[in-house]
Design a protein around this ligand. Structure first.
Ligand code: CA
Length: 227
């Protein structure tokens, strides 16, 4: 389960992220509203934990923007103590849940489990199709040519990213940022390894789909030799 955590208080963000990671969640941060919105719209996250008071754009603004685009991904809002108006505005704007700060991480974990279960029910049959392959990004199943593979979470995220950007080259830096987070020390060689794994599986499932290397730029998904 991949979580986007939008929080400008970095100490708090790191402390909470440690607990989430121990509980097998993968966590990316954004420390201001604008980058939070960009990441929320990337299609890579299962749940967004959204602080309300943020620089550049507040949490309610991000939430409205996500919902206006028809994105159903669960959102938990973090409200400061006593901000009843925020709570009401948040729920009106399409938040699934809220948590008053300061909160116990156990409480956050309980909310995440509940939303994760609900997302599982909603997302059954969450299929992304491209040429002759299908990815179920809920179960991480990749299908084609009458066969199936189970992808790792990283491979699935990489393929989602490539499909969402079909026909455009994606840079190594973008891949690192989306798959590992911008605070990671991931190197280009890690990207190459993930690309190689995914290519191998695609090669066995599809005649049409290829991951093309654009030298000096990055990678692009193509079908039937186009591009
Ligand atoms: Ca804040």
């Amino acid at each position: 389960m991949k979580i986007l955590y939008v929080e400008d208080e970095k100490h708090m963000a790191l402390a909470v992220a440690q607990v989430l990671k121990k509980n097998n969640y993968s966590v990316d941060f954004a420390h201001d509203g604008e980058s939070g919105l960009d990441l929320a719209l990337s299609g890579l996250y299962d749940i967004v934990v959204l602080d309300i008071m943020l620089p550049k754009m507040d949490g309610i603004g991000i939430l409205r923007n996500i919902r206006e685009k028809g994105i159903e991904m669960p959102v938990i809002l973090l409200t400061a103590k006593g901000e009843t108006e925020d709570k009401v505005a948040g729920l009106d704007s399409g938040a699934d849940d809220y948590l008053a700060k300061p909160f116990q991480t156990d409480e956050l974990l309980a909310r995440l489990r509940a939303l994760g279960r609900r997302r599982g029910q909603l997302a059954q049959g969450s299929i992304l199709s491209y040429a002759d392959i299908e990815l179920n990004y809920n179960t991480l199943g990749l299908y084609g040519n009458g066969q199936a593979f189970h992808l790792t979470l990283k491979e699935s995220h990489l393929l989602e990213l490539l499909i969402h950007n079909q026909g455009h080259a994606i840079t190594n830096n973008t891949i690192i940022e989306k798959l590992w987070g911008w605070e990671s020390e991931t190197e280009d060689s890690h990207v190459q390894v993930q690309i190689a794994f995914l290519r191998k599986k695609l090669g066995l499932l599809s005649q049409a789909v290829k991951i093309k290397t654009i030298y000096g730029v990055g990678y692009m998904l193509t079908q039937n030799g186009e591009g």
